[in-house]
Design a protein around this ligand. Structure first.
Ligand SMILES: Nc1ncnc2c1ncn2[C@@H]1O[C@H](COP(=O)(O)OP(=O)(O)OP(=O)(O)O)[C@@H](O)[C@H]1O
Ligand SMILES: [Mg+2]
Length: 294
């Protein structure tokens, strides 16, 4: 499993031997933004290597014997069904889903287009409700909570990542991440250190003041990850987070995921079609026509 990551790091490092294991830089003042933008082209390659460097940090941490804590049940899904009314009939999309996700796990859902993956992921994050069945999030019955209570729970404990990054286009990486802290009600004095920490964690210490159109797809997705984890959620839900990326950028995103499981103690549940990415999952659920197969 780790061989795949080592290979990725090695090939990226060979482009630039002067790779930093962890960035300790402080954020530049807003007035330095223009200068930062001017340096963008030359720094692009180095920025890619920063993400690879997070792999080294994660592996180093692992080799020091720090293990993940699987003791808490984050999600417990029991006999979940979801039907949608379509054209006077009921479309039965989820047909009795059972699953369990424990803290520190990287769980993946795979299955053909239309098999129900996104429908299930939306329910795991409290964006939608099952027609029948139970979803317990850290012991709380998501399926019984009001819209308002689910909104609060999502805001405090769940982060979302989508295929199309979902960044605000006119805001810089920094402002995008800061916005998520504002919306989560985090006290303003914590914004600056936390935004810096999250952007460095995803290897974007040198891209803080770039706007989305000034970044590659992989960099944008890493900003989206920083944004999703800034408020310290327990659970990160990612719907095809690497589908728009080439294999190298997809590998960088997965490197960041593995890293934040250790450093942020987050649990990740994601969907993917990519067999290479499925290799790094702790558990893969395969969905066929609204059901999991063994
Ligand atoms: N709100 C809705 N109303 C009616 N039908 C829906 C709704 N949401 C999803 N569906 C249907 O449910 C089925 C499963 O959709 P879903 O988006 O969960 O599939 P998926 O596995 O995520 O596919 P993909 O890999 O293409 O993203 C599809 O047939 C879809 O048309
Ligand atoms: Mg989908």
């Amino acid at each position: 499993m780790m061989r795949w990551f080592r290979k990725t790091v090695k090939s990226e490092q060979s482009d630039d031997q002067d790779v930093k294991v962890m960035s300790n830089e402080t954020p530049e003042a807003p007035e330095a933004q223009q200068e930062e933008l001017d340096q963008a082209a030359g720094e692009r390659e180095q920025g890619r290597d920063e993400a690879a460097a997070t792999t080294l940090a994660a592996e180093e941490e692992g080799s020091r014997g720090k293990s993940r804590d699987f003791s808490e049940t984050i999600l417990s899904v029991r006999e979940v069904h979801r039907t949608f009314p379509v054209g006077g009939t009921e479309l039965h999309v989820l047909k009795g889903i059972n699953m369990e996700v424990r803290s520190g796990q990287l769980v993946m859902l795979k299955g053909r287009s239309g098999s129900g993956k996104t429908t299930l992921l939306n329910m795991l994050g409290g964006l939608d409700q099952p027609t029948k069945g139970e979803i317990l999030f850290r012991g709380q019955p998501l399926h019984q909570l009001s819209d308002d209570k689910r909104t609060v729970l999502r805001r405090d404990q769940i982060g979302f990542i989508f295929q199309a990054y979902a960044l605000l286009p006119l805001l810089s990486a920094w402002e995008n991440v800061e916005l998520s802290l504002r919306m989560a009600g985090v006290p303003p004095q914590q914004w600056k250190p936390r935004v810096t920490e999250c952007l460095e964690l995803v290897g974007l210490g040198k891209r803080m003041f770039h706007r989305p159109f000034e970044m590659s797809g992989g960099e944008q997705q890493r900003v989206a990850i920083a944004k999703a984890i800034a408020h310290r959620p327990k659970l990160l839900l990612a719907d095809e987070p690497t589908a728009n990326l080439d294999s190298q950028m997809g590998a960088q995103v997965m490197t960041v995921f593995k890293n934040i499981i250790h450093t942020e103690h987050v649990t990740i549940c994601m969907t993917t079609h990519d067999p290479t990415i499925l290799e790094v999952a702790d558990h893969v659920y395969e969905m066929v026509d609204g059901k999991f197969i063994e």
